[in-house]
Design a protein around this ligand. Structure first.
Ligand code: KIV
Length: 257
């Protein structure tokens, strides 16, 4: 299937069935999620915290993303593979197109970047070059410091209106989908009702968007030091890993003399 075929199939889910999206940062995870039938895999810049040990996403570079996108691409056949554009890799339309092309060359089939009205020109530069874009509005982790921290967005009518304006901008610029992060569920539902493109929620309530995205480590309990309140955990990989390592260590034997 071409990326465009995958995008058309995903677009046709609107109002029919929920769309699934999970992050993946390596080959085995990508292959398992792809074989499980997940619709979209995201090499998120949450890579910074989940894999590289940084406190937030702002230390992630294009080089990090290229390395992990290539690994995920080797494990992905059916899912649409989206790569996040790190902070300061899309400060201008020219830079945005250059960075997006590098991610596509590494194996991504689409790119994701954060912002609405403020990045409309960046999204347009990429989509006009034929590269599909997933937009990301609501809480923007790359701007958490200047945007007032991890608080729900859409709490006032002014914020709700701004989110609808962001939606209009990203649709106008040609995005095929939009992530809505940490947004009051009623407002996420309003944005979805107004959206001609697939909306994907995270921390925006259940049944408010056309689909949902989760960080894979939250879903499988692989990062026990911090789990967002909205995460839904369906395994305890951290406990299994610790138990396996402890059992193995306790069964080691000295050489027999
Ligand atoms: O980087 C990431 O994992 C993301 C998702 C949480 C949407 O942007």
């Amino acid at each position: 299937m071409t990326p465009q075929d995958k995008i058309s199939a995903i677009a046709s889910c609107k109002g029919v069935r929920p769309v699934s999206q999970l992050t993946a940062y390596d080959y085995p995870t990508a292959r398992l999620l792809d074989e499980a039938g997940i619709d979209m895999l995201l090499v998120g810049d949450s890579l910074g915290m989940m894999v590289l040990g940084f406190p937030d996403t702002t230390s992630v570079t294009l080089e990090h993303m290229l390395h992990h996108t290539a690994a995920v691409a080797r494990g992905t056949s059916h899912a649409l593979l989206i790569a996040d554009m790190p902070i300061h890799t899309y400060d201008t339309p020219e830079q945005a197109l250059h960075s997006a092309r590098a991610l596509i060359d590494a194996g991504a089939e689409a790119v994701k970047l954060e912002g609405g009205v403020d990045v409309e020109d960046r999204i347009r530069a990429i989509t006009q070059a034929g590269i599909p874009v997933q937009a990301h509005i609501g809480l923007l982790p790359q701007h958490i410091k200047e945007d007032g921290g991890y608080r729900m967005r859409g709490k006032t009518e002014i914020e709700a209106h701004a989110l609808l304006e962001d939606l209009a901008a990203v649709v106008h610029a040609g995005a095929f989908s939009v992530v809505i992060e940490c947004t009051v569920p009623e407002v996420a539902a309003r944005v979805t009702a107004a959206s001609p493109i697939i909306t994907i929620g995270i921390g925006a309530g259940h049944g408010t968007c056309d689909g949902e995205v989760q960080v894979i480590h939250d879903l499988i309990g692989a990062f026990p030091w911090f789990t967002p309140r909205f995460a839904s955990q369906h395994a305890d990989v951290a406990a299994s890993l610790s138990a396996a390592a402890t059992t193995w260590k306790n069964n080691l034997e000295l050489p027999r003399s």
